[in-house]
Design a protein around this ligand. Structure first.
Ligand code: TRP
Length: 363
């Protein structure tokens, strides 16, 4: 269980969540409420072998070396979202080629009445991966007597900044910020809110960034977090033609490439790694057989990179897999949702059927 961060998590390090973080009761007394950082423990707590590394850096190192030992090599995509990565991702969402954000926003604007009707009165909204919470504002503007909003994000700095803005804009809505890796288990402070029901908000088609098996587990956990009478308002990207998808993940301005390469920059900074950012290129290919776009960093030459005392060799053209983004058919997503314990109550799409927003009710 991960700690709850009560207010603005300013003094955070933006580090990744650790599976080894200490459990903290959600309703901690004020004295306990100081800087609880998900995954951050007094240094030296790791078994990764380098006493100079903080516990969060040791977890990062262990995850990186595990990925470097795989065939093909891979890196966990959650590490894309440090402070700089979160800012670059915000820029991706503003690109004209990146259709998911604008399409999802338009769907929400067109059907907001029906969406807030699904949420109902006194709803507690739990957002997983809140980022800048921009689409959330549409809901907060229209919800009927909201019981509260809990924003969960892995990037503490980004979370603190967006919560400051949100609290100023919605002083009447009780809010909590949770700096956590939502793929691990963490305590949802629902008891603090007088809510009639809890609804998880999970936009952006981030569900597509999980492998099918993990997506099922994760949806099942979200059904548990929402609980009886609760639900899930989720953005789900749909299968479509190759050029549209590939353009969204290979933008001409190179923002997506910069976002992807920022992961290597992070490893250089936090682990003293020696990745040459010019010696890797971003690649995104739509794999129609698997129904997913595959994002990699490809080594431009034969090279050796040092990562905290380890040597990692790359052949010319060798990829590091960074992320998949699965695209769904409505039928396939419905099967997945039903297996996870939901019933699909509403599906909204755009006229071109690029994207969908769905309300799933906990069965
Ligand atoms: N959830 C986003 C998506 O699948 C994440 C994303 C967008 C992404 N562009 C990316 C991840 C580029 C890695 C690289 O669309």
């Amino acid at each position: 269980m991960n700690p709850v961060v009560p207010d603005s998590p300013e003094n955070a390090n933006g580090g990744p969540a650790s599976s080894a973080s200490a459990p903290v009761a959600p309703s901690a007394s004020p004295a306990q409420q100081a800087p609880l950082r998900n995954g951050k423990e007094p240094s030296g707590a790791s078994g990764a072998g380098d006493p100079a590394l903080s516990a969060s850096a040791a977890v990062l190192l262990a995850d990186v070396m595990e990925g470097m030992g795989r065939a093909p090599k891979s890196l966990p995509c959650k590490y894309l979202y440090d402070a700089a990565g979160s800012r670059l991702f915000d820029r991706i969402t503003e690109l004209s080629a990146y259709y998911p954000t604008a399409t999802e926003r338009a769907i929400m604007q067109a059907h907001l009445d029906e969406m807030v009707a699904c949420l109902g009165r006194r709803c507690l909204l739990l957002e997983y991966g809140s980022g800048s919470s921009l689409k959330t504002r549409l809901l907060l503007d229209q919800m009927s007597d909201p019981a509260g909003y809990v924003a969960i994000d892995i990037s503490e700095e980004h979370l603190a900044a967006s919560m400051r803005r949100l609290r100023a804009a919605y002083p009447h809505i009780p809010m909590r910020a949770l700096a956590a890796d939502y793929t691990t288990s963490f305590a949802v402070p629902s008891a603090e809110f007088e809510a009639a029901r809890a609804v998880v908000y999970f936009p952006g088609s981030t569900i597509g960034n999980f492998e099918p098996r993990e997506a099922l587990d994760f949806l099942t956990r979200m059904a548990g977090a929402a609980g009886p009478g609760g639900g899930l308002l989720i953005g789900v990207d749909l299968e479509k033609d190759r050029p549209t998808v590939e353009a969204a993940y290979n933008d001409a301005e190179g923002v997506t490439a910069a976002f992807n390469k920022n992961l290597l920059r992070r490893l250089n900074r936090e682990l003293g790694a020696t990745f040459d950012l010019d010696a890797f290129r971003h690649r995104a290919v739509y794999n129609l057989d698997e129904g997913r776009i595959e994002m990699s960093l490809v080594s431009a030459c034969r090279q050796t990179v040092r990562v905290n005392g380890h040597s990692v060799g790359f052949a010319e053209g060798e990829p590091i897999l960074v992320e998949y983004s699965y695209k769904f058919t409505l039928a396939r997503f419905r099967r997945l949702a039903e297996r996870a314990g939901f019933a699909v109550q509403k599906v909204w799409t755009d006229a071109n059927r690029l994207f969908s927003v769905q309300y799933l009710r906990v069965r």
